[in-house]
Design a binder for this molecule. Structure first.
Ligand code: HAM
Length: 427
């Protein structure tokens, strides 16, 4: 019988890669706690309507990429393709606005898009995201970009570029949309099929076409920056000057349009030059209309999401993290000794040592070999005679040096034991 494989576009994350994931998750937690962001966990599936209304009917995500199904109660549900819509739904549902002030939220989890899998693009992937709800201050835009930048820099990534644009407010975009339709219509026959379709439905998305001829035509298309009203210009100028003050380099990119329709004013992406075609590590921007569109009170907001698979690919280009190695490896033989070894292992774990228990029942020398190949610092050896004498043997694996330790020193006084040995383990 043929074995079952992970579904196309999904993958298992195993050691040693998992240590990169744990490293970046721990760093994210620390940086976001320092910035006073609160974690939020929302469901993996939501009513389809939430995404259709939130992300936009004419986007590729809603039109082509959603995992939508009808459940046994006849509801149309969708595996979340991104985290913003769910966070906003929770913000409205739990009346988080009633707490007053600004809500700073973050989340991480699996997202689902039916895309053609390739390096850095999967059907189940993971995002780390932040959403700041309740402020129209340009400092909120600059803050979220600065947090992403600090996080990526602390991870050791240096090849990154921030692409920055403003997509203005609804009025600006309406004027710009008209200008784009006027510009592209004479070229209609030369545009790729998707772009022709977008000409009436969502002309801004034509700017994002990967087709060579369409890209040539896009070169001379009108720039959104010429259609920003006074309010949008002021907001954008302030964001740029705040980023300059923070020392965050950015590239002005008036062709940057995001794949989701909810953006207003600031839109940005952080690109890596090391990633090939799927180069966007982080994408985000301001979305001042979304909360109201999803039924909440008028609430300006801004946020981003980082694709964690892409981040891990970048970390692997730097160097791979390795497993934390055990402090102690317990070697035992004989029923009594084996039971005691489990007891000792638990005492050591409680005292804060990384402890691995050999379960093989193999000969002592075989177990000791395993202790060395596992990279443990010391083996603790327990046989019938050690149980009888109440002493076990501690063997330092790097030097072979050996000493006897009273069993009760570990099991009855783990704190003293910890103090005696912790220095040796921290080196
Ligand atoms: P997005 O640009 O669609 O934005 O996704 C953010 C990031 O998720 C991308 O830059 C990329 O790193 C990663 N990503 C997207 N699709 C895939 C995929 N199929 N495989 C692997 N990684 C992927 C959003 O999702 C918005 N919700 C961001 C946001 C939050 N805007 C405001 N707040």
């Amino acid at each position: 019988m043929s074995s079952i494989q992970a579904s196309r576009g999904t993958r298992d994350i195993l050691a040693p890669e998992i240590y990169d994931w744990q490293h970046l998750e721990a760093l994210a937690r620390r940086i976001l706690a320092q910035a006073a962001y609160t974690e939020i966990r929302t469901p993996s599936f939501e009513a389809t309507e939430l995404f259709a209304r939130g992300i936009g009917e004419t986007t590729d995500i809603v039109g082509k990429e959603m995992y939508t199904f009808v459940d046994k109660g006849d509801r149309s549900l969708t595996l979340r393709p991104e985290g913003t819509a769910g966070a906003v739904r929770a913000f409205i549902e739990h009346k988080l606005f009633a707490q007053g002030g600004v809500q700073r939220l973050w989340y991480t989890g699996a997202m689902f898009r039916y895309e053609r899998p390739q390096a850095g693009r999967q059907r189940q992937f993971h995002q780390l995201g932040v959403e700041v709800l309740g402020s129209k201050d340009p400092r909120a835009d600059a803050e979220v970009i600065a947090i992403a930048s600090d996080f990526l820099t602390e991870l050791g990534l240096t090849d990154l570029v921030v692409d920055l644009n403003s997509v203005g407010n609804a009025e600006d975009r309406l004027a710009y949309r008209g200008a784009l339709v006027d510009y592209f219509t004479p070229y209609e026959a030369e545009l790729d099929a998707d772009s022709r379709d977008r000409l009436t439905r969502n002309p801004l998305r034509i700017l994002d076409s990967k087709d060579k001829r369409t890209q040539e035509i896009v070169q001379a298309a009108p720039s959104i920056l010429d259609y920003l009203g006074a309010e949008s210009q002021k907001h954008f100028e302030r964001v740029r000057s705040l980023l300059q003050d923070l020392g965050i380099a950015f590239r002005l990119n008036p062709r940057l349009v995001r794949g989701l329709d909810y953006y207003t004013h600031t839109a940005f992406e952080i690109q890596s030059t090391l990633l090939g075609a799927q180069s966007a590590v982080c994408g985000g921007g301001r979305y001042d209309r979304l909360v109201a569109e999803l039924g909440g009170a008028d609430t300006p907001a801004v946020g981003w999401a980082i694709g964690l698979e892409r981040l891990v690919l970048l970390l692997q280009k730097l160097s791979q993290r390795t497993a934390p190695t055990a402090d102690f490896y317990l070697v035992s033989r004989g029923e009594l000794a084996e039971a005691k070894a489990l007891f000792v292992a638990q005492s050591l774990r409680r005292a804060g040592f990384i402890t691995e228990l050999d379960l093989s029942g193999a000969k002592f020398d075989k177990q000791l070999k395993r202790a060395s190949s596992a990279g443990a610092k010391a083996a603790l050896i327990l046989g019938e005679s050690e149980v009888a004498s109440g002493q076990l043997q501690l063997k330092w694996l790097a030097t072979g040096e050996q000493q006897a330790i009273a069993l009760t020193d570990i099991t009855a006084n783990p704190e003293t034991f910890r103090q005696t040995f912790s220095q040796r383990f921290s080196s």
